[in-house]
Write a protein that binds this ligand. Structure first.
Ligand code: HEM
Length: 478
């Protein structure tokens, strides 16, 4: 109470009135994508909220985002992060939620070399092409009967199959511990672990933990997580099997980490991964890679169905450039297209898969746009609102790839008005892989098939429901 009454000597950012103890907890919905613009309109581009005991600053302008992302006295926060996120990242032992430091640097370097380098990207091209061919084969069967397909599920399966083959040398088609068709559901389960709201997220310490225990929230979280954990454990056990083929080329990032773990006594000071690092890494690659890429694809298809002019322009370019007789699409074909790539960029602008990027935390007292930000404040960059800022974009809510025809704005982290992959030292390391999967997958869908909606109601639904991606599509022609 005293804290709330004491006038601050600092120039703190504005924000809604904070109630004693709970702060702005009752206004958490303001952070939902649909409502994020409201917060900016009311209080400006730098807004201070307090969720329980956790101070949170939401940044919603390009200039403020640039200042934050170039300020190195920030770390990717893990401490005030939710219990669900800590659980699924094995107490922040993967790269996504590990605080900045030597261990994170070592893990990130390892991931870049073993998984995300240009060399690896090129050498796994055949996996992306093979899996996309399989998708076309399955969809061709549906198209012969003009049947309805659950494209959401199909695309989750496509991306999960690619990620599992590239990341863990795991073929989902003959996997003993998970059924390929249930992968979309499984990814949602992983997501729900991160979204489970715990009392101790806002009231850290014994009191919060006590309430979580007696209210049954702990048990609920543990029961969802146990399924996720057993999937990750199975992947790890597969790598630990004595008979596993360990030809140099066929070893993946997990094999390399296991080697490092086994050789740690010999290697003196080098980074020593633990089992939690291994599981955290598997979890990060799987969760960060699958949901983001699959949801970008499904949003692109939703927007194209909603905007027949753009659909026609994209398909005309594709078919004119690639001709009518191709039996299969390769990544080389993607490089010949221009407008198609702008369409993917426009999808990433309107529907960033991580609308608030990864949360950061101030290490020391810093200033942003003249406002004082105390140490240990959580910083959320509202990439969604910035990408729809009417001062930066004409008709920002329209899906219009033409806006990029004469523009050099790109999503690679240097233009702060477009940040679907973030920026700075925590920028998405899987950007090139993600874009390659999204572009190849979409190109296959748009080259080989024409698309429609199963029924009239669905058409009404998409015109009114601006924030919900579709999942059911009808394959019209092959
Ligand atoms: C369209 C696809 C993708 C989108 C939109 C996307 C978006 C993002 C964003 C916004 C961040 C946070 C960056 C920041 O806060 O500055 C991130 C981080 C990350 N992404 Fe991606 N991502 C995609 C694909 C992938 C793929 C395919 C992988 C791996 C297979 C991946 C792995 C990661 C990891 C490990 C991090 C954490 C990096 C760190 O903290 O050091 N992402 N991604």
């Amino acid at each position: 109470v005293l804290q709330n009454l004491k006038p601050s000597k600092w120039n703190l950012p504005p924000g809604p009135l904070k109630l004693p103890i709970i702060g702005n907890l009752h206004q958490r919905r303001e952070l939902h994508p649909r409502n994020r613009l409201n917060l900016t309109q009311k209080y400006g581009p730098v807004v201070l909220l307090r969720f329980g005991y956790v101070p949170v600053v939401v940044i919603s302008s390009r200039d403020a985002a640039e200042e934050v992302l170039k300020t190195h006295d920030l770390e990717c926060c893990s401490r005030p992060e939710t219990v669900g996120t800590r659980t699924i990242s094995y107490n922040c032992k993967g790269i996504g939620f590990m605080p900045y430091g030597e261990e994170w640097k070592a893990l990130r370097k390892l991931a870049v070399i073993e998984l995300f380098s240009m060399k690896k990207l090129q050498s796994f091209r055949y996996i992306r092409e093979e899996e996309s061919d399989l998708l076309v084969k399955k969809l061709s069967e549906s198209s012969s009967s003009q049947s309805v397909v659950n494209l959401n599920k199909t695309l989750f399966t496509l991306v999960a199959s690619i990620i599992c083959r590239i990341g863990f040398r795991l073929n989902l088609q003959d996997c003993e511990f998970i059924d390929e068709d249930s992968i979309a559901e499984f990814v949602q389960k992983c997501e729900s672990v991160t979204r489970t709201s715990m009392f101790s997220d806002f009231f850290p310490g014994r009191f919060g933990r006590f309430i979580d225990r007696v209210s049954g929230q702990n048990t609920r979280l543990e029961s969802i997580f146990s399924e996720v954990d057993s999937f990750l454990q199975n992947i790890l056990d597969d790598h630990l099997k004595p008979g596993r083929r360990r030809v140099e080329e066929s070893s993946d990032i997990i094999d390399v980490m296991i080697d490092m773990m086994r050789n740690q006594d010999k290697d003196g000071d080098s980074f020593k991964p633990t089992t939690d690092n291994l599981k955290g890494m598997i979890s990060d690659i799987f969760i960060a890679g699958v949901n983001t890429s699959a949801s970008t694809m499904i949003w692109a298809m939703t927007e194209l169905i909603r905007n027949p002019r753009v659909m026609k322009k994209v398909q005309d370019e594709i078919r004119r450039t690639l001709g009518n007789n191709k039996e299969r699409i390769t990544e080389q074909d993607v490089t010949k297209l221009h407008y198609f790539k702008l369409m993917v960029k426009e999808t990433l602008r309107l529907h960033p898969a991580a609308p608030l990027l990864l949360p950061r935390e101030t290490l020391t007292h810093i200033k942003i746009q003249g406002y004082d930000i105390p140490p240990k404040t959580k910083i959320l960059i509202n990439a969604y609102a910035i990408a729809r800022d009417p001062e930066l974009w004409t008709n920002p809510d329209d899906f219009n790839p033409d806006r990029f025809l004469d523009s050099s704005v790109d999503y690679k982290g240097l233009n702060f008005e477009l940040l679907p992959f973030g920026s700075g030292r925590r920028i998405c390391p899987g950007m090139a892989l993600g874009v390659a999967m999204v572009e190849l997958g979409l190109l296959n869908l748009l080259y080989f098939f024409d698309w429609g909606l199963p029924e009239k109601e669905a058409a009404d639904k998409i015109i009114t429901g601006n924030e919900v991606a579709l999942d059911l599509f009808q394959v019209l022609h092959h």
